[in-house]
Ligand binder design. Structure first.
Ligand code: ADP
Ligand code: MG
Length: 685
C-alpha cells in the first residue's frame, strides 16, 4: 500500500482545476498523468528578458520587454495568423503575431492606441520584425524584466502559460517527505531537501537542486533492482541438471561459437543451483541467441521440467516457434505455441498439455502467464527482448507455482556498461561478443534525401534481381500522427511505383491480424518490399531481404539504427543499408551517421553514442527512451549512479527489510518513483 502522505501527489491530473477533456491527450503525451508528474516536469531552460527602450536596442532572437502601442489589426484569410501592428517609442513597427483563432483575444489584450508592455522573443519574418505569441502583455512593466521564466517541454495543444499554471498546482501539492538520502552525502553535496529541491528546480537553473532530484531517481532505481535481486536470492527454485541426451540429438547445421559455448556453460552452472537464475544474455542482432536459449531450455527438459519462451510480439513468437520446431525435429521434444489469439479447442488442448506435462516447451506472448494457464512443472523461463518488459514486471510474471523458475533474459540492445547497471542492476551477464563465422560486413551508406530518385532506382534493381527489401520510416512515439501519416504516404508512393502486390505496410496502429498477414506475405516472399515503422516489427528474420533503406536516419538513436541494420546482415549474401538523411544536420548528427558507416560493433556504437550525447544534454535520455529515467541526464547517470548504487547496497545491508527510519523513507522514495514493485517483493518474499 502506498503511504497515505503520497496520495495528493498521486491524484490524477485530469481532476485538477482548468483541465478539460481536450487537455487529456496533450498531458498524456508528456506522461503527466499524476500531480507528482507535474512537479517533476522540469523546465528545459529558463528565459531572462532584457528591458529595451526601443527596437533599435534589441537584436533578432533576443528575449525582450518593450513598451508598444498597437495601431492596426490585420487578419488574414484561411489559416493565416492574426497580426497586431504596433510601434515603439522611436516609431519602429513590429508585428505581434497570433496563430490559430486568437484574433478576438488579441484585440482585447491589445486595444488600438493604448500602450502596453510586451514580453517575448523578437523574430524576423521576411523584412518585418515580429513577436509570435508574446509571453506577456501587461499594462504595467510589472517587473517583467526581472522574471526568470521556466520554459517547459510542450506537446501540441498546450501553451507555456497553461502548462506553467498546472505545474504550479503540482508544486502546491508538495509536502515535506522524510529524508532518504544518507545524511553525510547530503551534507557533503549541500543538496536541498526534497521539496525545496523541486521548488527550486522550477525557479532557475539550480544545479544542486537538479542534482538531488536526479540522485533520488537513481537511488530509487538502484534500490528497487537490489530488492529484486535479494528477493530472488531468498526464493527457492529447482536445481536442474541435464544429462545432455536431448542436446546431443539437436540437429544444428553449424558448430557453436566460443561465446555461445561459454554462455551455455554459464547458464548450466546457474541452473544447477537451487537459487533461481537471474541472468541477462546480451548479444548483438545475429549473434545467435536463439540457440543459447534452446540449449538452456533443453537442460530443463532433460531434468524432467518444462520451459517457456516469452516473446514481445505475436510475430516474433511465431517465428521463434517455427525456428525452434525445426531444430527440435528428431529429438522427441514437444513444443507448442500459445498466443492471445489462440481460442477454442486448439487453445484447450495446449492448456491440457501444459498441465499434464506432455508439452515440454511453450513459446508465446504474455498469454503464457495468464491465470488460466497452469503448468505441471515450469522451471525455466526465457524472455526475449527484456527491455520491453522491465525487471519488475518480469518478476511478477514469473511468480507462477510454488517455486520460482530460473530466468534467462535476452537482449539485443547493446548498451554501455554504466547503463547496464541502471537497467539491470547487478544481474549476471553473459555476453555473445563473437559473431558466427561467414558474416559479411553490411555495406552502409549515408545518402541525402534529395537523391530519393536514385534510392528508388536502387531498390528497383534489387527487387528485379529477385531480392527483397525493408523500407523503414521513423516513428519516434506510437502516438506521433505526423510520422504515421508520413509512413502511409511513403507506402502509397512506393506501392504506386512497384505495384500493389509487391509492397506491404506494417506499423503499430494496424490490427494484429492485418499486421501479421502483411508480415507473412513478406516472409513467404510474396511481397517484395516491406515498409515498416518500428524496430520490433521488423524483428523478423527474412534472409532473402538484404537491402534496407532507413528514412530520416538522423532521428534514430545509434543503437536503434544498429539493431535495424542487423536485420539485413543475416545471411551470407552481401547486404546493403542506405541511411537517408535530411538537410541541415548538426555536427553531432553527422558524426553519428558516419560512425554507422565505420563500425558494426554494437557495443562500440553504444559507447560512442553515449559519448556523443554525453555532457550537458538535458533532454537526451527522456526523448530517446533508452534509460529508465526521466530526471537524470546521461551525464548525471554516469557520475551519480555508482554513488547511488553503493548507497543502496549499504542501506540494504543494514536494513534489508526497510523498516528503520531511513528504510521507511526509502519506501516512500520507491513509491514516488513508481518502483514500488521493489516494496511488494519485500512483503512477498
Ligand atoms: P539473434 O537472436 O541473436 O539475433 P539468431 O539466434 O536469430 O540471432 O541467429 C542469427 C542467425 O545465425 C540464424 O540464422 C542462426 O541460425 C545463425 N547462427 C547461430 N549460431 C550460429 C553459429 N554458431 N554458426 C553459424 N550460424 C549460426
Ligand atoms: Mg533473436
Amino acid at each position: 500500500m502506498r503511504p497515505d502522505r503520497l496520495n495528493p501527489l498521486f491524484a490524477e491530473t485530469a481532476g485538477l482545476k482548468g483541465v478539460g477533456p481536450q487537455m487529456a491527450k496533450p498531458l498524456d503525451k508528456l506522461g503527466l498523468l499524476r500531480v507528482k508528474d507535474l512537479a517533476y516536469h522540469l523546465p528545459d531552460r529558463f528565459v531572462q528578458r532584457r528591458v529595451v527602450a526601443n527596437l533599435d536596442e534589441a537584436t533578432v532572437g533576443e528575449n525582450i520587454v518593450i513598451a508598444l502601442t498597437p495601431n492596426d489589426y490585420r487578419s488574414s484569410a484561411g489559416r493565416g495568423p492574426f497580426r497586431v501592428l504596433a510601434a515603439d517609442a522611436a516609431g519602429n513597427v513590429v508585428s505581434l503575431t497570433f496563430f490559430g483563432r486568437n484574433g478576438g483575444w488579441a484585440k482585447k489584450q491589445l486595444p488600438l492606441g493604448e500602450t502596453r508592455w510586451i514580453a517575448g522573443r523578437l523574430d524576423q519574418y521576411g523584412q518585418m520584425l515580429q513577436i509570435v505569441h508574446p509571453d506577456h502583455v501587461s499594462e504595467e512593466t510589472a517587473g517583467l524584466g526581472q522574471i526568470c521564466e521556466p520554459i517547459y517541454p510542450l506537446s501540441e495543444g498546450l501553451t507555456q502559460g497553461r502548462l506553467g499554471a498546472l505545474v504550479q498546482q503540482g508544486l502546491a501539492a508538495l509536502t515535506d517527505l522524510p529524508e532518504w538520502i544518507e545524511p553525510n552525502l547530503l551534507e557533503r553535496e549541500k543538496w536541498p531537501a526534497w521539496r525545496d529541491a523541486l521548488l527550486a528546480a522550477h525557479e532557475d537553473e539550480n544545479k544542486p537542486a537538479r542534482e538531488r532530484l536526479a540522485y533520488d531517481e537513481l537511488l530509487a532505481n538502484s534500490l528497487a533492482l537490489m530488492l529484486v535481486k535479494n528477493a530472488n536470492r531468498a526464493q527457492r527454485g529447482t536445481p536442474l541438471q541435464g544429462d545432455g541426451r536431448l542436446r546431443a540429438k539437436l540437429s544444428l547445421p553449424f558448430g557453436l561459437t566460443g561465446a555461445q559455448k561459454r554462455s551455455i556453460a554459464e547458464v548450466e552452472g546457474d541452473l544447477a543451483q537451487a537459487a533461481p537464475m537471474l541472468r541477462l544474455l546480451q548479444g548483438d542482432v545475429g549473434s545467435g541467441k536463439t540457440v543459447v536459449a534452446l540449449e538452456s531450455m533443453l537442460i530443463a527438459v532433460e531434468a524432467g521440467a518444462q520451459a517457456a519462451l516469452l516473446a514481445p510480439t505475436e510475430i516474433l513468437a511465431r517465428q521463434h516457434h517455427a525456428t525452434l520446431s525445426k531444430m527440435l525435429s528428431g529429438t522427441g521434444v514437444e513444443i507448442a505455441l500459445l498466443t492471445g489469439r489462440d481460442k477454442g479447442k486448439a487453445r484447450e488442448s495446449i492448456l491440457m498439455g501444459l498441465m499434464d506435462g506432455s508439452i515440454d516447451i511453450v513459446v508465446g506472448t504474455h498469454a503464457i502467464f495468464q491465470d488460466a494457464v497452469s503448468y505441471k512443472h515450469l522451471a525455466m523461463v526465457v524472455i526475449d527482448e527484456q527491455h520491453r518488459f522491465g525487471v519488475g514486471q518480469r518478476l511478477m510474471l514469473t511468480q507462477k507455482g510454488k517455486r520460482t523458475p530460473h530466468c534467462l533474459a535476452m537482449t539485443a540492445t547493446p548498451i554501455p556498461r554504466t547503463l547496464t547497471l541502471a537497467q539491470y542492476g547487478e544481474m549476471e551477464v553473459s555476453k555473445l561478443d563473437e559473431m558466427p563465422p561467414g558474416r559479411q560486413a553490411i555495406d552502409t551508406r549515408v545518402v541525402a534525401i534529395e537523391r530519393m530518385g536514385d534510392v528508388v532506382e536502387a531498390v528497383s534493381r534489387h527487387l528485379a534481381g529477385g531480392g527483397q527489401a525493408y523500407w523503414v520510416c521513423p516513428m519516434v512515439r506510437e502516438s506521433e500522427t505526423d510520422d504515421l501519416a508520413a509512413a502511409e504516404a511513403r507506402y502509397a508512393e512506393l506501392r504506386d511505383h512497384f505495384g500493389e502486390q509487391d509492397v506491404v505496410l506494417v506499423h503499430g496502429q494496424l490490427r494484429p491480424e492485418v499486421k501479421d498477414a502483411a508480415m507473412e506475405r513478406f516472409a513467404r516472399g510474396e511481397a517484395k518490399l516491406l515498409v515498416a515503422t518500428t524496430v520490433i516489427e521488423v524483428g523478423v528474420d527474412v534472409p532473402n531481404s538484404n537491402l534496407m533503406v532507413i528514412e530520416q536516419a538522423e532521428r534514430f538513436g545509434l543503437a536503434q539504427l544498429h539493431q535495424l541494420r542487423g536485420r539485413v546482415g543475416r545471411g551470407t549474401e552481401k547486404s546493403t543499408c542506405l541511411l537517408l538523411r535530411g538537410g541541415g544536420l548538426s555536427e553531432t548528427a553527422r558524426e553519428r551517421l558516419s560512425l554507422m558507416r565505420e563500425t558494426q560493433d554494437g557495443f562500440r556504437l553504444a559507447e560512442e553514442d553515449l559519448r556523443l550525447r554525453g555532457g550537458g544534454e538535458l533532454l537526451g535520455t527522456k526523448q530517446s527512451g533508452d534509460t529508465p529515467f526521466r530526471v537524470a541526464t546521461l551525464e548525471q547517470i554516469q557520475r551519480l549512479l555508482p554513488v547511488a548504487h553503493d548507497d543502496a547496497r549499504l542501506l540494504i545491508e543494514r536494513d534489508g527489510g526497510l523498516t528503520g527510519e531511513r528504510g521507511e523513507a526509502a519506501r516512500v522514495l520507491l513509491y514516488l518513483f513508481e518502483r514500488d514493485w521493489g516494496v511488494q517483493l519485500l512483503r512477498g518474499g
